[in-house]
Design a protein around this ligand. Sequence first.
Ligand code: PMP
Ligand code: GLU
Length: 423
Amino acid sequence: MRYSSPDIHLNLNVRGLKPSATLQINEKCAALMSEGKKVYRFGLGQSPFPIPDEVVNSLKANAYRKEYLPVKGLRELRDAIAAFNERVQQIEIKRQNVLVGPGSKELIFLLQLVYYGELIIPTPSWVSYAPQAKIIGRNITWVPTRKEDNWVLQPEMLEKLAKDDPFRPRLVILNYPSNPTGYAYPKERLKQLAKVARKYKMIIVSDEIYGLLNFEGKHDSIAHYYPEGTIISSGLSKWCGAGGWRLGFFSFPPELVWLQEALAVAASETFTSTSAPIQYAAITAFQGSPAIEKYLLDSRKVLKAIGCYLTDELNELDIQLHYPQGAFYLFPDFSRFKDKLRERGIYTSKQLCEKLLEETGVAILPGSDFGRPPGEMTCRMAYVDFDGNHALKVADTFKAGEELCPTMSEGVQVLKNWMSRYS
Ligand code: PMP
Ligand code: GLU
């Protein structure tokens, strides 16, 4: 029967692929909560803060816009993004070098589609890069990093994999502050990586979606050290609290205009153009204002306080977690408990997360979803389950803990108690 086994009619590249881990955990939590279960949501990473009022008002004022806009994005928005890059990180980009899309995720996917090269990603890396390459049928090379080195890529590792086949086209994705670790690359490391990338003509996608959420406001881009080969990727989702609006951008160096043009062609045959009202509202966001500046300062203060508070709490388990430097993630390693976990039939980080959720309602994601070896007991915790609106109002005196983030505060105690049973 033609329809009896529909799976065999699927493209081999997508056969067996599961829905994205971040979205799946969110749906699982919602389902458990609708059954009346208590759930501590450390799963999906979405901004807890409201979108700044002036950006929302701009969307309201532009709701009537109904035209298809230019494939590469609205002219005024591309100007605003170019000026924004110059203002916030002194990177000179012209309007012509900007490409707007419905989320940077879609742009990263299209880039992998149009560029015929191997994908290089550090482990751990965000959950979607590798499945995207798989869907397209590209080779993926995971490059291990070390916990002691804050999980950032070592230039020697990049050199090692490139030197055997120096002319192979390669796309390297670096993401900092990082999802899933919350760590950033030190300036020296960016310079060293830039040197290797230049030597082997690698293209770097610098995923800076959390750049404005560097807690000290000191985000540094590898585009400063390798401008000719770096594509900067960012958008509205994280710093502006607008993940669901779906607006991202790429900025290309003039040397990669051929790649930008190819991407625009693929865009024209797939998403056509990004939603018109959202693009108009995004102009307001990228142009910035004193109120948006204050919003950013306050967001960083609050996230830093919570990140450090949860790190201190987790370190009571003696796991030697370093403080995060940006974004809203922690990447603890519970390998210290490995032997005892095994005695209870837990051999992988995936099993650890499943058991933890089942027995306590604490939802976190396994390190294996981020490319770590299945038997390593690393996990990602997103710390966004609190009242972001209220937190911004009291940002100057914000103290992370029971009062201002009660669910997470209780959740981390529950997690600690559960884990202590294995020590
Ligand atoms: N990169 C990283 C590291 C992310 O965490 C995300 C998740 N939102 C994205 C890219 C995609 O962001 P968006 O599509 O919302 O611009
Ligand atoms: N980036 C977010 C996360 O890692 C969620 C959104 C997504 O994955 O597209 O949890």
